[in-house]
Write a protein that binds this ligand. Structure first.
Ligand SMILES: Nc1ncnc2c1ncn2[C@@H]1O[C@H](COP(=O)(O)OP(=O)(O)OP(=O)(O)O)[C@@H](O)[C@H]1O
Ligand SMILES: [Mg+2]
Length: 248
């Protein structure tokens, strides 16, 4: 079994040395829990420590924000892009782009051949799909009902878009992190409630305020083909990114 190391201090030990190669791993967490930082660190370490190409696909932030936030943590994404080791692509909600986005991503993967992919986030992607489905329904309101009764409803459209995207990422060689938002109180492991079943692994990031301090913990909830070292682990976000405390 080939393992893909995240290089994140204290993390790979929890999962037999790394993600099983080719897996899709859902990284789900509350807002501000460090999902984007964790995933960017996975890509940067991939380039610098393991000579693996990375592709970051973001529906969440504009390119400049991603570059700036990474610079703060000492990661020069532009330099890695110049070296053709990394590619950062961002999408904003625009119908024309959305209709072509999956094809564009598939083509990009074929051309760039990344070893590691990050999708930030499947939740935002799903929300775009839903919004666009609503727009399409509204546009069709002028037609006879029978003409649009067979169209997908927004909820079905969202699920279909998510399933299609995850399927596309599964059907290639890279090892991927799929980011998902986690609402404050839910029994599910993702906002869309289906990604956790479609992915091969699930990592949860949570934080709770205790008095003046913020207690962050990470838990590996599922990792196919892996003997997980279970239980929540304390982690911190430092000037160099995510660090998981030994034994904590
Ligand atoms: N240099 C730093 N030192 C310590 N903590 C930091 C530093 N930079 C960022 N953080 C922490 O990281 C958090 C943001 O991390 P990140 O953007 O990865 O979260 P996220 O889970 O992706 O959030 P969102 O759901 O909004 O996308 C900030 O709220 C802050 O607490
Ligand atoms: Mg984020």
């Amino acid at each position: 079994m080939l393992r893909v190391k995240t290089g994140i201090s204290g993390f790979d030990e929890l999962i037999n040395g790394g993600f099983p190669k080719g897996n899709l791993v859902l990284l789900s967490g509350l807002t501000g829990s460090g999902k984007t930082i964790f995933a960017t660190q996975y890509l940067v370490n991939g380039v610098k420590q393991y000579n693996e190409r990375g592709l970051l696909i973001s529906f969440e932030q504009i390119r400049e924000d991603i570059i700036d936030q990474s610079n703060e943590l000492g990661w020069d994404l532009l330099k890695l892009e110049k070296e053709k080791k990394l590619k950062v692509v961002t999408y904003t909600p625009n119908k024309m782009i959305f209709s072509a986005v999956l094809q564009e991503i598939k083509a990009l993967i074929q051309e760039f051949k990344p070893d590691r992919i990050v999708l930030d986030s499947i939740s935002t992607y799903g929300i775009y799909a839903e919004t666009i489905a609503y727009i399409e329904i509204l546009e069709k309101m002028g037609m006879q009902k029978s003409q649009f009764s067979f169209q997908l409803g927004p909820e079905v459209a969202t699920r279909k878009a998510i399933v299609d995207m995850l399927e596309a990422l599964k059907n290639q060689k890279a090892t991927s992190i799929i980011i998902s938002e986690l609402p404050e109180s839910t029994n599910f492991l993702s906002r869309d409630t289906i990604s956790e079943f479609l992915c091969d692994g699930v990592v949860l990031l949570k934080h709770v305020s205790i008095g003046d301090s913020l207690n962050r913990n990470l838990e590996v909830r599922k990792m196919r083909k892996t003997d997980i070292r279970g239980g929540p682990r304390t982690y911190n976000i430092t000037a160099k990114g995510i660090v998981i405390e030994a034994g904590g």
